[in-house]
Design a protein around this ligand. Sequence first.
Ligand SMILES: NC(=O)c1ccc[n+]([C@@H]2O[C@H](COP(=O)([O-])OP(=O)(O)OC[C@H]3O[C@@H](n4cnc5c(N)ncnc54)[C@H](OP(=O)(O)O)[C@@H]3O)[C@@H](O)[C@H]2O)c1
Length: 313
Amino acid sequence: MGNILDGKKLADRIREDVKKEVQALNRIGFDVGLAVLLAGDNPASLQYFQSTLNACKKVGVTAYEFRLPENVTANEILNIVHTINIDERINGLLALMPLPAHINARRIINSIVPEKDVDGLGAISVGRLAADESSFQLFKQNEKDLFQQFRSLSSIWSFLPCTPFGVIRLLEFYDIGIKGKHVVIIGKSLAVGKPLANMFLAKEATVTVCHRETVNLAKFTRQADILCSATGRAGLIRGSMVKNGAVVIDVGINILKDGSIVGDVDFSSVSRKASMITPVPGGVGPVTIAMLLENTVRSAVRNELFKSPLMMG
Ligand SMILES: NC(=O)c1ccc[n+]([C@@H]2O[C@H](COP(=O)([O-])OP(=O)(O)OC[C@H]3O[C@@H](n4cnc5c(N)ncnc54)[C@H](OP(=O)(O)O)[C@@H]3O)[C@@H](O)[C@H]2O)c1
């Protein structure tokens, strides 16, 4: 069986670091705040809402809860977002998807100022990733390079989306090389597939993106050195579709009728072919929330840095 890529282990490590940074900020009188907005009562979103609140509590981030009814208007949500945008106590805003069907979700997401878009899904954040302006965040060593930081000032306020960034961090945590590898991604959503493709390109992989209209999916998946599935289709990827020794990342979360949670990958057949594989649950999921906390504390550090008298003209 392939080795397990344990997301909980990485998430624990990230959370420990975040907790230390929050404590350091608290010691000099600064609080770190994250707003979490949920409209309606979609069970999966409600579960994510609760998990996010618990995760904030554990690392000392103050959570600001905004729970709105299903029939909330776009204008009411926009007013809340605008208030959060200028609230100095709040460093990031997570708006849980899906929003009720009558709300234009892109309009809401795009109204979050980029410096608080810690989920990295607003048009500015997405554009900066696509334009390679935020790719310095993918290369940790450059964070110490002052010249690089200076050149990146215009994009310093944007964040990489948590789930795809979590996938990259998981591969790095397990020392899995990306450069020159053929990465096949199934799913082209704005939240996962597309930004993940851009991140792998920045890391100089050869990237193939598949979706619902892809003809003969297995022809592509069998070529993958690294195969990432993000479709929400339980059992889509079977052992026969995977090359021997491939690394398999299962982003999918599917709740079955019996209440159990599985990914897109048929774990028993695929794990016999893969060299490394993420479980569901316990793979990409825990890393996603940890990345959200990391982005939030980074936002707080940057806020305080830029408010410092040293940075004023
Ligand atoms: N682990 C985490 O933290 C985390 C975070 C976010 C999402 N997720 C999970 O990841 C999955 C994807 O999320 P999402 O937001 O990206 O979903 P989404 O917006 O529904 O996108 C799904 C993508 O999968 C493609 N697809 C669907 N069925 C397919 C099939 N039979 N063959 C090939 N491609 C297919 C779709 O293609 P088309 O574009 O052609 O329709 C679409 O691009 C869900 O299960 C979600 O719960 C997990």
